[in-house]
Ligand binder design. Structure first.
Ligand code: DX5
Ligand code: ZN
Length: 218
């Protein structure tokens, strides 16, 4: 199975996000990861649907939208219209999960559910037949540049085993503190999509760094 790289733009400056998107667009990464934060579900605030629709014109890559927000239902239409290709919300929100899944799917957009480090993967079981991807947070959601949480590796393996045993077609995306070393641990545990933010932005050339990460795993 090929490993998908999803660079998170959170490491970039919002003052010249057009350049960031263009650099990622020139790389071998297939996805672009958009970390939407509302300052309520997580203690940080980033951008909304308008931003995503504004940058949609700069790349044909898969827009992998990670909603770290409450009140997903209220804003879902806006993210659907903004040009998202995958919309992932968090299991920990206080909303009707099945309704959100159905709304995303009826719009022919891929649907994902993300879980925080403290959330057992088993809580996802009622939804695994209906969604396309799971995001396993390997940091506490809210900020880039945090340390990878090794204790999440067993969650990846247990989920992978469950998915295989039940013949489900689900992507396993890991998000937070990913570099060559932690990415390798996650792929060995069963992940097939790697989100990377600060690790890529720390390198001299973002586009080259994203392509090197892709080449390392494929
Ligand atoms: C954290 C976000 C992650 C983060 C990844 O809440 O969901 O996507 O930006 O950044 P790094 O790779 O720096 O941990
Ligand atoms: Zn994310």
């Amino acid at each position: 199975m090929s490993i998908i790289i999803s660079p998170s733009i959170l490491g970039g400056s919002f003052a010249n996000m057009q350049d960031t998107i263009k650099h990622i667009d020139q790389s071998k990464a297939e996805y672009i990861h958009f970390d939407v934060m509302d300052g309520d579900f997580v203690p940080n605030l980033t951008f909304g649907p308008q931003f995503i629709s504004n940058v949609r014109q700069y790349s044909k890559k898969i827009f992998d939208v990670h909603l770290m927000i409450n009140r997903v239902g209220k804003f879902l239409d806006d993210y659907l219209k903004a040009g998202s290709d995958i919309i992932t919300f968090h299991l920990e929100i206080d909303e009707n999960i099945k309704e959100l899944i159905s709304k995303i799917k009826t719009n022919n957009i891929k649907c994902g559910i993300a879980i925080k480090p403290a959330t057992p993967w088993e809580d996802l079981k009622p939804y695994l037949n209906d969604i396309d991807q799971i995001i396993i947070m390997t940091v506490e959601p809210g900020f880039g540049g945090q340390k990878f949480m090794n204790d999440q590796l067993s969650k990846i393996t247990e989920l992978k085993n469950y998915i295989s045993k039940h013949h489900l077609s689900l992507d396993l995306e890991v998000d937070g503190g990913i570099n060559f070393e932690t990415g390798k641990q996650c792929v060995e545990a069963g992940a097939n999509i790697l989100v990377a933010g600060s690790f890529l932005f720390k390198q001299k050339n973002l586009s080259q760094a994203a392509s090197e990460l892709f080449d390392y795993f494929n």
